[in-house]
Write a protein that binds this ligand. Structure first.
Ligand SMILES: CCCCCCCC/C=C\CCCC(=O)SCCNC(=O)CCNC(=O)[C@H](O)C(C)(C)COP(=O)(O)OP(=O)(O)OC[C@H]1O[C@@H](n2cnc3c(N)ncnc32)[C@H](O)[C@@H]1OP(=O)(O)O
Ligand SMILES: Cc1cc2nc3c(=O)[nH]c(=O)nc-3n(C[C@H](O)[C@H](O)[C@H](O)COP(=O)(O)OP(=O)(O)OC[C@H]3O[C@@H](n4cnc5c(N)ncnc54)[C@H](O)[C@@H]3O)c2cc1C
Length: 670
């Protein structure tokens, strides 16, 4: 073995200690052995050519070079997908998360095509009639047209009803006239819009026959397909450097009485007839928000995957890194041996599992609701909206915090861009804001919870994810503490029920003392966010536990054991994090809390020998991890040194600025 492919001895030892079948766990996380094999096949085809390698790491490039390089790599990757991957896997895999994730081998930051695939194509699928799909979808899938999703404006992102861009129907020409009446009506933020897209989905206030019908979606060509010049009446550009997403050319867009054909209105849920008559499919008022619901659902899996990357890096690094001494003269321990380090990292492994299994469950719920809606039944949409809102909010927020924790766990080297942890953080922290800000989405869930509470109060049976509210009205007093998984979950559900009940009481008291409903709601929003968070926590705990029980039924004993240890760690961790709530809403005693703490510390010890095996089970290839600290072979120090050689600042022994500035300064007299 050359030193290039030799595995670090500490990491090799860790792998020898691992006592469970790693592949079995990978299959569970991927959703079955077939899915793992399919993923590996895709990765082999897409990555074995080594296309991701940059001569100069992208962080050393100028803004223009970075963008050009990102486009170059996006085209390479797209060609591989079109010509090689889909040949094997079939077109139905086009938008699959596996392809999205494999693409991470090409970009440390993000592909300028991400929004084309992530939102433009889904909006055609979800919002267009079959006839419109036949016109647009094949061209979009074949990259003959490249799109963005332009909803947010300079003045409004959260409050969609407040968007100002207008689309006014002109029956004379059978066209819509798009217009940006104010600075604040300029579209702002859309990924891929600034320099890449030639089309986009535009969300605008629809006017016809003198009446505004609220926001609707339109497909709009913004650039000439030959010259790429913005079309007359279109003003478009890039919004400037950002914390992350710097290769996504997020853009601005304004219209000056710009005309598009009538059939460019996405007409699945509402139509404007030739004479200007507005016809609404009378199913649900918010169906035009469907693309956002789809993306919120997929973001739970994104949170899991990015956290899995971060913790793979941090655990492998912690096995290689040695620091300090426990006793005078003794060998320096691997930092992974410190319980405080285990406390930082094992919860990240468990959370990645919890989110991955919750994401699959949510995806199944989403497809079931879609199937019902196809039959004309929209009854399950409010529950899906409430679930996808809070799960998107919590998964992205927790993943952000834990990726930062992984960076802390890697000390100074974690701060290097080459560790990839800063890129991962900058990417994931944005997910807390986009596609609906954290607070705003939890308040959407809270609306649903308050309604569900009122239904349960009046004796109605409520939908499954809030069924615990029915129990709340049939039991008296605090929930009995029971330190079993089911017991802990029940207590978390009681916490949620108790908090929702307090919110309802606060709103009612405020109304009784003279406030109108809007103000009473507004004054209660701090509590409402807290109650929605508690509800969502209980959903995740419940789903994670149920899925582990279901998925490990036929697993080998050691896999069962280690996955049980992780889910128990997760339940115990959150119980300890929420002791205040538990004391308030259950009969837990100080002694029970001491026992929980001991149980937690014992779980850290039990999981320790399998920690590297557990991150290996995420099965994330080095090309996708893109980290000097986290590669499979653990050659941390060698890779950090190799990276130094790529630094353009090290190309010359003396920097020209020495003669230009430093030397004159050194020679000058005071
Ligand atoms: C391969 C996959 C790759 C995936 C990766 C993709 C990466 C992409 C990278 C970047 C993407 C970034 C893209 C964007 O950010 S696009 C812009 C997203 N913008 C938002 O999310 C805006 C958030 N705001 C809203 O959603 C809404 O304004 C609102 C906060 C929900 C409020 O809307 P509105 O004022 O109309 O509604 P009300 O609050 O009055 O509520 C009225 C009732 O409607 C219900 N409702 C609201 N939304 C929905 C929905 N989506 N579905 C169903 N029902 C909905 C709401 O609950 C109210 O019901 P009630 O019964 O209580 O009256
Ligand atoms: C990296 C990135 C990529 C993006 N890509 C796209 C894209 O491709 N297409 C697109 O259309 N948009 C995109 N966006 C925009 C994004 O969707 C919005 O920024 C997001 O929805 C938040 O809206 P906002 O910026 O208006 O925040 P604001 O609503 O102004 O939020 C500011 C603060 O006010 C609070 N707040 C707002 N309203 C309420 C309320 N009702 N109650 C309580 N608190 C409230 C929020 O919690 C937040 O703390 C992107 C954004 C980012 C950062």
């Amino acid at each position: 073995m050359t030193s290039k492919n030799k595995i670090n001895e500490d990491l090799a030892n860790e792998r020898r200690k691992c006592n469970f079948n790693i592949e079995e766990v990978t299959y569970i996380l991927d959703g079955g052995k077939e899915k793992t094999l399919q993923r590996k096949k895709i990765e082999d085809v897409a990555l074995n050519g080594g296309a991701s390698v940059d001569d100069i790491p992208e962080e050393y490039l100028s803004a223009r070079e970075r963008y050009e390089n990102a486009i170059r790599k996006s085209c390479i990757y797209t060609n591989i997908v079109k010509n090689e991957v889909l040949e094997i896997t079939g077109i139905e895999n086009y938008g699959s998360p596996v392809l999205r994730r494999t693409g991470d081998a090409f970009f440390k930051d993000i592909s300028p095509f991400m929004l084309h695939l992530g939102m433009f194509v889904p909006s055609i699928i979800g919002q267009c009639t079959a006839e419109q799909q036949a016109t647009w979808l094949p061209r979009a899938l074949d990259m003959k047209i490249i799109g963005a999703y332009a909803q947010t404006e300079l003045g409004h992102g959260t409050f969609i009803r407040g968007l100002e861009t207008t689309a006014t129907y002109d029956p004379e020409t059978e066209e819509f006239v798009l217009h940006s009446p104010t600075i604040t009506s300029y579209k702002w933020w859309a990924g891929g819009l600034g320099r890449t897209a030639n089309h986009c989905t535009v969300v605008a206030q629809l006017y016809t026959q003198g009446k505004c019908h609220g926001t609707h979606l339109f497909i709009v060509q913004i650039r000439d397909l030959e010259t790429h010049m913005p079309l007359p009446g279109v003003k478009v550009g890039e919004i400037g450097p950002r914390m992350g997403f710097n290769t996504a050319d997020n853009g601005f867009l304004g219209f000056n009485n710009y005309r598009i054909p009538r059939m460019n209105m996405m007409m699945k849920n509402a139509q404007v007839l030739k004479d200007g008559t507005y016809v609404k499919a009378a199913r649900h008022g918010k169906l035009t928000y469907g693309t956002m619901v789809f993306v919120r659902v997929t973001l739970v899996g994104e949170a899991s995957f990015n956290l899995a990357k971060a913790v793979t890096i941090a655990v492998r690094y912690s096995a290689v890194r040695r620091q300090s001494e426990l006793r005078p003269g003794s060998i320096e321990p691997q930092i992974l041996d410190y319980p405080t380090q285990q406390h930082k990292l094992f919860i990240c492994i468990a959370t990645a599992h919890a989110f991955q299994l919750t994401a699959s469950w949510l995806w199944n719920t989403f497809t079931a609701v879609q199937a019902e809606m196809k039959k004309g039944n929209v009854d399950t949409l409010p529950e899906l909206h409430a679930l996808s809102s809070c799960l998107k909010a919590l998964s992205t927020s927790d993943a952000t915090a834990y990726i930062e924790q992984c960076r802390f766990a890697c000390g100074g080297h974690g701060y290097m861009l080459s560790s990839n942890l800063p890129f991962l953080y900058a990417f994931v922290v944005a997910t807390r804001t986009y596609e609906g800000d954290y607070t705003v989405l939890l308040l959407q869930t809270a609306r649903f919870l308050v309604k569900a509470w009122e239904q349960a109060e009046s004796g109605k049976v409520v939908t499954p994810t809030v069924a615990y509210l029915n129990r709340h009205f049939t039991t008296n007093g605090k929930m009995i503490w029971d330190n079993s998984p089911e017991g802990i979950i029940r207590v978390f559900q009681s916490v949620a029920a108790g908090k929702i009940s307090l919110c309802v009481r606060s709103i009612r008291n405020r109304i009784t003392s003279g406030m109108d409903h809007e103000d009473a709601w507004l004054m209660t929003t701090v509590q409402l966010v807290n109650a929605a968070e508690a509800h969502c926590r209980s959903v995740i705990l419940h789903t994670y536990w149920n899925e582990i029980v279901r998925l490990t039924k036929h697993s080998s004993d050691n896999v069962k054991t280690v996955l049980n240890q992780l889910v128990m760690l997760y339940l115990t961790y959150w119980a300890l994090e929420r002791t205040g709530d538990l004391l308030r809403y259950s009969t837990i005693s100080e002694n029970d809390i001491d026992l929980l703490q001991r149980q937690y510390e014992e779980l850290l010890v039990k999981i320790r020998p399998n920690a590297v095996g557990l991150v290996d089970a995420f099965d994330i290839r080095d090309e996708i991890l893109q980290s000097t600290l986290g590669s499979y072979d653990g050659r941390v120090y060698e890779r950090l040194m190799e990276e130094v050689q790529k630094n353009p600042l090290n190309k010359e022994p003396v920097d020209p600025s020495f003669h230009k500035y430093l030397k004159p300064l050194m020679k000058s007299k005071i």
